[in-house]
Design a protein around this ligand. Structure first.
Ligand code: GDP
Ligand code: MN
Length: 396
């Protein structure tokens, strides 16, 4: 699960990382009010940043500076409602604009190959790290943390010198440590600060420059499978940016993953669902989704799953593959009949039900003139043929 910059910043702040204060705003008037508070507190300029779950907001025009409340309101009006990579901006972050001296990159990822948290840093900050990886891979310095000891201060120091942050070693070590701690404590897959910036602070008592290292941007991806351990993080889910079908599937407790193909699959059990996808592929088709209706599904749940599948306009055929154990075949058949009577558009369906009450299911489906298949191979082949437009459609 991706979370917004503002939420990611709260998590970093909770681990003691230096993050400049911010406010969130949902309208130009709110942007103005927030900006006025920063100006009153002594800010020379404010920065207004689109809160969307995609990178490259700066390049897309979603990050802008303003020197007055009027300008902040105008910038807010321009950013709110704009589209960035297909996502409409509904909220912005407002903060005092930092005077950036230099931008660095600092990130931590869970590296599955080495099974460790890997920390990466680069002097090429401010641009997307994927781009640096492509154009100048040598500019990214990496280190693997110890599974028990975590990030050792000496390792972090090496990284600081490697990227040329020698003047801020102490702060860098603290920040990198906090980044890794955030990652472990919150079960994140990725924690990224880009830019980690050297910013000009207020002059010291003798008028000397007081540059500081601060986190100007934050990106965190949480491990979905670990969310049950963090009820507080669930509140950071941004429903504004989630596919409504995914939201509905989760609320129904149906395990659903949208894919790109044309054959909708309704299966019970994750293993059988994956097998079904493999068979669809082997028969030359592409699955439109992974969908596990779970054990003991009742008619209502089957009908709900059908709604989720049909919400995808690319679906040309539906393959239902049920292995009745706790799940009763006749319940599923009732659900399918019910779902078809209510379905928004006519999509051919091939059904294979075996196991508990399969005979009863077969009778119900025959009476309702459903297309059934005796074997899974046959079911997959028929569904693929229908989706390709080669076979008869709909009820046989
Ligand atoms: P991203 O493009 O989505 O990664 O958004 P960022 O938060 O990283 O902002 C993009 C760029 O805007 C940064 O790399 C900075 O160059 C600039 N920027 C962001 N915040 C400030 C700020 O407070 N002051 C100044 N001068 N520039 C900023
Ligand atoms: Mn950034």
């Amino acid at each position: 699960m991706k979370i917004q910059e503002a939420d990611a910043k709260s998590l970093l702040l909770a681990h003691g990382l230096p993050v400049p204060p911010w406010e969130l705003a949902r309208s130009p008037a709110e942007v103005r009010a927030a900006a006025e508070r920063f100006f009153a507190a002594g800010a020379a300029r404010v920065v207004v940043k689109a809160q969307v779950l995609v990178g490259g907001r700066g390049k897309a025009g979603g990050v802008k500076l303003a020197g007055s409340a009027d300008e902040a309101e105008a910038v807010g009006a321009a950013i709110l409602g704009m589209e960035i990579k297909g996502i409409t901006v509904r909220k912005v972050l407002v903060a005092e604009a930092a005077e950036i001296v230099r931008e660095y990159y600092l990130g931590a990822i869970l590296d599955r190959a080495s099974r460790r948290i890997v920390v990466m840093a680069s002097a090429e900050g401010g641009v997307e790290i994927e781009e640096v990886a492509r154009t100048n891979p040598g500019a990214i310095h990496r280190l693997a943390t110890h599974p028990f000891l975590g990030l050792q201060p000496w390792q972090a120091r090496q990284l600081a010198y490697a990227v040329g942050l020698g003047g801020h070693v102490r702060d860098f070590v603290r920040i990198a440590g906090g980044l890794v701690a955030t990652m472990r404590d919150r079960d994140a897959d990725l924690v990224e600060v880009n830019p980690l910036a050297v910013v000009r602070g207020a002059p010291g008592p003798a008028g000397q420059a007081t540059d500081q290292l601060v986190c100007l941007d934050a990106k965190i991806t949480l491990d979905d499978s670990a969310l049950s351990r963090h009820p507080d993080l669930e509140a950071m889910r941004d429903l504004d940016e989630e596919d409504p079908v995914d939201v509905e599937a989760r609320s129904l407790g149906i395990n659903y993953i949208h894919l790109d193909g044309s054959i909708g699959c309704m299966v019970n059990g994750a293993g059988l669902a994956m097998t079904t996808m493999d068979l669809v592929k082997r028969a030359g088709g592409e699955p439109a989704n992974f969908l596990d209706i779970g054990g003991g599904a009742k008619a209502e749940r089957v009908a709900a799953a059908m709604r989720l599948i049909l919400a995808d306009p690319k679906v040309q055929a539906i393959l239902v593959n049920i292995f009745g154990g706790i799940t009763r075949g006749d319940e599923v058949a009732h659900g399918l009949i019910e779902a078809r009577s209510r379905q928004s558009r006519e999509v051919p369906m091939v059904v294979r039900i075996v196991g508990t009450n399969a005979e009863e299911a077969a009778r119900l489906l025959r009476e309702a003139r459903f297309e059934t298949a005796a074997s899974l191979d046959e079911a997959a082949a028929t569904a693929v043929a229908i989706a390709a437009g080669g076979a008869m459609g709909g009820a046989a």
